[in-house]
Design a protein around this ligand. Structure first.
Ligand SMILES: [Zn+2]
Length: 312
């Protein structure tokens, strides 16, 4: 009898320890969180840092975010140049965490940031007065909106699964099965959107900030320019006048706002032109977080584009 008790105790301690071994995971943006949530599935739930309708470009860290980062075993983020609020905070706060920069996922080829994304002819004063939020000293100027190509999202899923399997081998089978299902779904999603967007591929449009290079390339779209390179530097009056002059001479069908940023700018820009106004949400600002957010985000972009561009 003396032997039985310690064995029972040991068994229950072991079970408790096994349960506690699911890593505490934090994800920065909604698209990253969605892919992590899809891989974790029934095993656990990641914490989302940039919540609500906030943009990762202009977000500031709250005390509760600092707590989530301090407690995390693993932090998944897009990488330097996107979650600007995080670059300084990560080193200070996520001291015990494994920090995974998904931009480094095998298979993802980052495109250079487009200098001419906001139309070629910059107003000299503005171009020099504003620093690009995507471009930082010490980093090459890479376009960090890579999640908007579903093929890249599949590579992100592979990297997320590999990280979780290494950190929590006990749940390896779940992570691997969830990742395989998500990668298959991403493939089907890309094919469906390709079919949906085929009729409007050639129709020129203007976007709010230069976020869509990866989406454009994947689906062969005709983006004529963007109002601003990055939303942390909004255009001034001279720049808006310049864009309006450009629109007057170009067959642009639509100018797209984004949910977080002043639609008034878009309305001013299209005044007196033939272009219509639409909205694109490249970060999922209007969507509920969760494993389904990524597909909803891409479908939302495709629906908004077809709604505004069809018929031109
Ligand atoms: Zn952006």
């Amino acid at each position: 009898m003396k032997v039985v008790f310690p064995l029972c105790l040991a068994a229950s301690l072991f079970a408790g320890a096994a349960l506690a071994e699911v890593p505490r995971v934090a994800a920065t943006t909604k698209p990253v969180h969605a892919l992590v949530a899809a891989v974790m599935g029934e095993v656990g739930e990641p914490t989302l840092i940039v919540r609500g309708s906030a943009s990762p470009h202009t977000y500031s860290l709250r005390p509760s975010d600092a707590g989530a980062l301090q407690q995390a075993d693993i932090v998944f983020w897009t990488g330097p140049g996107m979650e600007l609020f995080l670059e300084a905070a990560l080193a200070a706060l996520a001291v015990k965490a494994q920090v995974v920069e998904l931009a480094e996922s095998p298979g993802i080829a980052l495109l250079p940031l487009r200098e001419g994304g906001a139309f070629e002819a910059h107003d000299e004063g503005e171009a020099h007065a504003h620093e690009h939020g995507h471009e930082h000293e010490g980093h090459e100027a890479r376009d960090m909106h890579y999640w908007l190509d579903p093929a890249n999202a599949a590579h992100m899923v592979e990297a997320i699964a590999a990280t979780l399997v290494a950190a929590d081998p006990e749940h390896a089978a779940s992570y691997e099965a969830n990742a395989a299902a998500e990668i298959a779904a991403l493939g089907a999603l890309g094919e469906a959107i390709e079919v949906q967007l085929a009729p409007v591929r050639a129709v020129p449009f203007v976007v709010f900030h230069d976020a869509y290079q990866y989406f454009e390339r994947r689906f062969g779209l005709n983006v004529a320019g963007s109002i601003t390179v990055t939303p942390d530097s909004l255009p001034g009056a001279a720049r808006i006048a310049e864009i309006r002059a450009r629109l007057a001479g170009e067959p642009v069908a639509c100018v797209f706002a984004e949910p977080q940023f002043e639609p008034a700018i878009v309305n001013t820009v299209i005044e007196g032109s033939a272009a219509r106004a639409g909205t694109l949400d490249p970060e999922g600002a209007t969507l509920e977080p969760g494993p389904g957010l990524y597909a909803a985000l891409l479908r939302g972009l495709a629906d908004s584009l077809v709604d505004c561009l069809d018929g031109h």
